[in-house]
Every structure is written in C-alpha cells, then in structure tokens.
Design a protein around this ligand. Structure first.
Ligand SMILES: [Zn+2]
Length: 178
C-alpha cells in the first residue's frame, strides 16, 4: 500500500456502501456477516467507496452477543485485490456485523485482528449502530469519526467537513452512484 499517514483523520463513507453492508448483515442473521471495503486515501482522509460481501468462513451463531466470529475468505480477498490493480483503489479495511453486542471490537475481534493499519467497520444490529475503528496493530483499535461522502446524505449533521464537490473527487467509474 502507498504512503499514508499513521491513522486517518476521519472516514468519508459512501452511503450506498454503508447501506449495502447493513443489508448484508441483516440477511446473514443468525450469522455474522463480513466483507471488505474498497477505497482510497486523500491526504489523511480515508474514503470508503464500496462494500464487497465475502463468505464468512467462521459463520456460526453469535451466542454471546457480539463475540461471535468472522473470517474473511482469503481467496476472495486475493481475487478482489487483483481486480483492483491499476484502478486507483485498494482494499482499505474490513467490515462485519454483531447481532446484539455493541458496534465495537469484541475480545475475540481483538485477539484475531490481523492486518495492521486497517479500517474496521462494525455494525451492531441490536444497537442499530455503525462505527468505524482503526486497527493500529495487534488488536489495538482507536475510534474514527464517520462523515458521508455526499453532502446530501447527512447535510444537516455533517455540513461542516463535506465539500459539495466531494462526489466529483473519485466517482469517475461509478457515475450515477448518488
Ligand atoms: Zn466482531
């Protein structure tokens, strides 16, 4: 991965990607859903353009509310990486769901966290909450603020940091995404 700051200032999230992730999580019940997120860095802002659902190799009921397991299929990870070559985008993080636990890394998540300097999106279906976390390394996470890519998504709450032209920055291949 190219040079980028140690941690993003915030995450610029495409509403469509977030919706797709939450929808995938709902469909996966009673298992946790997981997937990869695709995006790019702009200085110290990490933009998430797309959520790509992957098979959960550790699928099983989330019996203790949030410490269920997920394991992204490494084959799908490699495949996606290959597909993105030369596109100006890369796999910048992962996403998974908690059925009832909070939208934060569980003890199991921390113990199993792999790739350092990786974005984690976690949705809690029970809490109806979506949060972004930065995995520094070895199970150490810090919370990240989420902003929406298109000003119209959350114009009232997030009008400060989201330029009106945000969607022109990188959606050359996704025309009509808004
Ligand atoms: Zn988890």
């Amino acid at each position: 991965m190219a040079d980028h700051p140690p941690a993003p200032r915030h995450v610029l999230l495409n509403r469509e990607a977030a919706d797709r992730f939450v929808q995938t999580a709902r469909v996966a019940v009673p298992n946790e859903a997981c997937g990869l997120v695709v995006g790019w860095w702009d200085d110290d802002v990490l933009t998430v353009e797309r959520f790509v659902a992957t098979r959960n190799r550790a699928a099983g009921p989330d019996e203790d509310g949030g410490s269920g397991q997920f394991e992204i299929d490494p084959q799908m990870h490699l495949q996606l990486q290959r597909m993105l070559r030369g596109s100006g985008r890369s796999i910048v993080g992962c996403a998974h769901s908690h059925l009832s636990g909070p939208a934060e890394p569980s003890a199991v998540d921390r113990a199993n966290a792999g790739e350092p300097r990786f974005l984690w999106l976690i949705v809690s279906l029970g809490d109806k909450d979506l949060k972004a976390w930065w995995h520094e390394s070895e199970g150490r996470f810090s919370p990240l603020a989420i902003r929406w890519m298109h000003a119209s998504d959350k114009a009232d709450a997030l009008s400060d940091g989201v330029p009106a032209s945000a969607d022109a920055a990188g959606s050359d291949e996704t025309g009509g995404a808004a």
